[in-house]
Design a protein around this ligand. Structure first.
Ligand code: NAD
Ligand code: MG
Length: 407
């Protein structure tokens, strides 16, 4: 390699192979993490994976990768044991959190969806493992708890979310004082320009037709309501230690600029790339190693222009609901997340209209006053109470719409 005048940084050496655990291995993020393991067979060693229930899908996904397997759901775990599919590699009485506590590993990729990801996140943080965190709900529900655990355990938490990965990449090597604000980009989802009246009648298929990203169903719905961006604002608050007034959101339909950072001298730094999670995943797993991954390179000439505009908060009330819950703090973001999970599950079952998701969340937050969160059990109690309230609200709405339908 030619020598240079510029004082290039010398990358910190990582142990190789890096021993990787993938939680949520049947998911969209989990599958892409397995792709990376196949892409770098000498540098990444898959030591263990977890799934919630769909262990049958896992065998074909692993395609011979020898690894320990944990199944979160006890009934599904028993069925997997009875089928003998994974032999002795299936761990008895082990869920994702127990797996993270027990296994010898360097990096945990948390690709679980929802608040269920918090316990394994805390386990990795307490053990001081590097955490490649896709499960943003961990930070929405337990940001302060994760921070305390990571501080005590010495864990490094690196975001997988493309926006926060972009921010982390722009911040690499900088001091906290240099950072003034972040600008998170949002595609705007499938309903960015739909006439407002049409939002009343959109179908589930339309909700799930994301214009730029291929993802799991829950985050795809969150992207259509912009709750995903609301959760990401709270995620950014915890990751980068910023006040809510210093976290902006702009709509950028192309999803090429993954997010921006404004430094105190006014410099605006951005990271650009194709809408492909392999790069942010690899960055979170390896840090600033920059292993070769040319597939993500972007053709600027083909791109031509970049467009940005302000989010329409009347069209997307979830964004403000999340911002407000983040500002309130304590149990408010936990309840926001729980109500959203209930509403999204109902929407995916066909029991709730798209337009009613925000109303379920707002109704839940109106009924339950926010309180402090002392520990994980307080967080889980707030989560359970909000779920009960949201389930009641969903039932009432579907009764009302059935009555309207029968008139
Ligand atoms: P997905 O639905 O495709 O996969 C979810 C995984 O979580 C599955 O493997 C499932 O077995 C597991 N899981 C579900 N419920 C569980 C439970 N109760 N206990 C344990 N495991 C459970 O979801 P995804 O799209 O891969 O998203 C995963 C996380 O990554 C989410 O938090 C999402 O917001 C975040 N994320 C995803 C993308 C993406 O491109 N898919 C991008 C950015 C962030
Ligand atoms: Mg994102």
């Amino acid at each position: 390699m030619r020598s240079a005048l510029y004082p290039f940084r010398r990358p910190r050496q990582l142990p190789e192979p890096l021993r990787v655990v993938v939680l949520g291995a049947t998911g969209s993020i989990g599958g892409q993490a397995l792709d990376l393991v196949r892409r770098f067979p000498a540098r990444l060693e898959l030591v263990a994976v977890s799934v919630h229930r769909r262990w049958q899908e896992l065998a074909s996904r692993l395609r011979g990768l020898p690894t320990l397997v944990a199944v979160d759901d006890p009934a599904a775990r028993d069925a997997a044991a009875a089928a003998g599919c994974f032999g002795a590699r299936l761990l008895p009485a082990t869920d994702s959190a127990a797996l993270v506590e027990a296994v010898a590993a360097d990096v945990v990729v948390n690709g679980i969806v929802g608040a269920a990801g918090l316990s394994p996140t805390l386990a990795a943080a307490r053990r001081g493992l590097r955490l490649a965190l896709a499960n943003k709900e961990s930070l929405v529900v337990g940001g302060d708890l994760v921070q305390a655990a990571a501080g005590a355990g010495g864990a490094e938490v690196l975001p997988v979310d493309s926006e926060h990965s972009a921010v982390a990449q722009c911040l690499c090597g900088r001091a906290r004082e240099e950072l003034q604000r972040v600008i998170l980009t949002a595609s705007g989802g499938p309903f960015r320009e739909l006439p407002l009246a049409r939002l009343q009648t959109v179908t589930l298929a339309e909700v799930l037709a994301h214009p730029t990203w291929q993802m799991g169903p829950k985050i795809t719905v969150d992207s259509a309501t912009l709750m995903n961006k609301g959760l990401e604002v709270i995620e950014a608050h915890h990751l980068f230690g910023l006040g809510y007034e210093d976290i902006d959101v702009v709509i950028h339909p192309g999803s090429w600029v993954h997010s921006l950072v404004q430094l105190r001298d006014g410099a605006l730094l951005a990271q650009l790339g194709a809408p492909d999670m392999h790069l942010p995943l690899l960055y979170a797993i390896t840090g600033e190693q920059r292993w070769p991954l040319a597939a993500s390179a972007l053709d600027l000439l083909q791109l031509g222009n970049l467009h940005f505009h302000a989010p329409d908060t009347e069209r997307f009330p979830c964004l403000d609901l999340a911002r407000q819950a983040g500002r309130t703090g304590g149990t408010a973001p936990i309840m926001l997340n729980a109500a959203n999970e209930v509403a999204v599950a109902a929407l995916l079952r066909g029991d709730l209209r798209y337009i009613d998701v925000a109303a379920i969340i707002a109704g839940t937050l109106e009924r339950l006053p926010a309180g402090p969160v002392a520990d994980l059990s307080a967080a889980m109690a707030a989560d359970a109470e909000a779920r009960r309230t949201a389930v009641g609200l969903v039932k009432r709405r579907s009764r009302d719409s059935a009555r309207r339908g029968s008139c």
